[in-house]
Ligand binder design. Structure first.
Ligand code: ADP
Ligand code: MG
Length: 399
């Protein structure tokens, strides 16, 4: 259990609230306000409980102060959604910001947004001086930036040393749902893994080998596993420096009694951008028959059925990684069909990974309650890999 804001003493307090407002901005216009909208519950709760709020977030990866990465364009959106007196300080640690914090204390305003925390040098180095200076503004710290929880920065981990720290609603929800599914004792437990590179998913596969009964593998990473078994994969993506790793993982799976399922068939193309069409649809071949000048770009129908049968048998499901090049609609079917199958199965499920979540976004509106689509990207992957998230460790309630 995390130390929740529900248990915090908030009345009359100044709360430093670390959010993930890293939204896409072009020419000063916010292109997608999802992250802002998702943060409103926590802000409203703080305001309703008579706290004054300082909002802190990063945006992009600026090198020092760079107004292209300013949080200023977010202010009109916050004002539109919140019935609060909101101000912006175009600096982080400064007398100007301190004056605005004083206005919060004196009830002149309700919410203050500080400028992009990554404009401060010490942020990504978790500089204690920066953390102390941030903490000086406030009485309480709330962490609700799940997407940054795997990074030990001054505004995520550092400040917790100097203020009582609590989890906001987004962090609490993500953490509880992911832990519940990872620890679920409902078996058989299935992991579905796809995506581009085995090298970015080794921790994930290793962790799943300890806890699941079956792993189905698709996406580009499957070709490294196939090549190691002596199967001709044509021009499909292979990470040659990962062949030994793939071999080791297969041996480990065998020793642990974890079933590994590989595709029976693939939709192929000449390259990622050049489909191999027959009667206007991508050509399908058995997995052992990929021509030398072609690459596997999606799983075929027989594989979809194989994976669906496994999904139907499972009581817990964890999924990361698209099963094909979903960006091209010709090679999207595998990922979509598996998405539909997982959601209609409606057992305890986590779906994570930036591309995976994006690829099935058309399904997000019809989710059963036990299916959690995690928006944490790297933080979600770290959790699924069994790593502790530094910004969350400090919020675990041990009492
Ligand atoms: P996530 O962000 O969900 O963790 P990844 O970043 O690991 O997923 O992988 C997503 C990428 O994998 C997508 O860009 C997709 O096009 C690519 N991909 C999936 N299958 C294949 C394939 N067979 N060949 C090449 N690329 C693939
Ligand atoms: Mg990705």
């Amino acid at each position: 259990m995390l130390n929740s804001i529900r248990n915090a003493e908030l009345q009359g307090k100044i709360v430093l609230c670390r959010l993930d407002l890293n939204v896409p901005i072009h020419n000063g216009v916010v292109l997608d306000d999802t992250k802002i909208i998702r943060s409103l519950d926590t802000i409203r709760f703080l305001a309703k409980n008579h706290a004054k709020i300082i909002v802190l977030s990063h945006l992009g990866r600026p090198k020092g102060v760079d107004k292209e990465f300013s949080l200023a364009p977010l202010i009109p959106i916050l004002r539109k959604h919140l019935d609060l007196r909101i101000e912006f300080s175009d600096e982080v640690i400064s007398d100007k910001s301190q004056n605005k914090v004083n206005e919060l204390r004196n009830d002149g305003i309700d919410l203050l947004v500080l400028e992009n925390i990554r404009f401060e040098d010490g942020e990504t180095e978790n500089d204690p001086q920066l953390a102390r200076n941030l903490a000086k503004y406030a009485d309480v710290f709330v962490f609700d930036a799940f997407g940054t929880a795997h990074r030990a920065h001054a505004s995520t981990v550092g400040v917790c040393r100097y203020l009582p720290a609590y989890a906001g609603f987004l962090v609490e929800n993500e953490y509880d749902k992911i832990i519940t599914t990872l620890k679920s004792s409902y078996k058989p437990k299935l992991a579905i893994i796809g995506g581009s590179k085995i090298s970015t998913k080794i921790g994930l596969v290793e962790n799943f080998l300890e806890s699941v009964d079956c792993i189905v593998i698709g996406g580009a990473m499957v070709f490294t596993f196939m090549k190691v078994q002596g199967i001709e994969v044509g021009k499909s993506l292979v990470e040659d420096d990962m062949l030994q790793t793939a071999k080791d993982l297969m041996v480990k799976a065998k020793n642990l009694g974890v079933e590994l399922l590989f595709p029976y068939d693939f939709l192929i193309g000449y390259s990622k951008d050049k489909p191999w069409l027959e009667n206007d649809i991508p050509k399908v071949v058995d997995s052992a028959s990929i021509p030398s000048h072609a690459m596997g770009l999606d799983i075929g129908l027989r594989t979809i059925q194989l994976f669906k049968d496994q999904i139907q048998k499972s009581q817990t499901i964890i999924w990361n990684g698209p099963l094909g090049v979903f960006e091209n609609e010709l090679y999207r079917r595998g990922t979509e069909q598996i998405g539909r199958s997982v959601i209609s199965r409606a057992v305890s499920t986590i779906v994570g990974g930036g591309d995976t979540v994006y690829a099935i976004k058309f399904l997000h509106d019809s989710l059963p309650p036990n299916i959690h689509i995690s928006t944490g990207g790297g933080a979600t992957l770290a959790m699924l890999s069994g790593h502790e998230l530094p910004a969350i460790s400090t919020l675990v309630d041990n009492y």
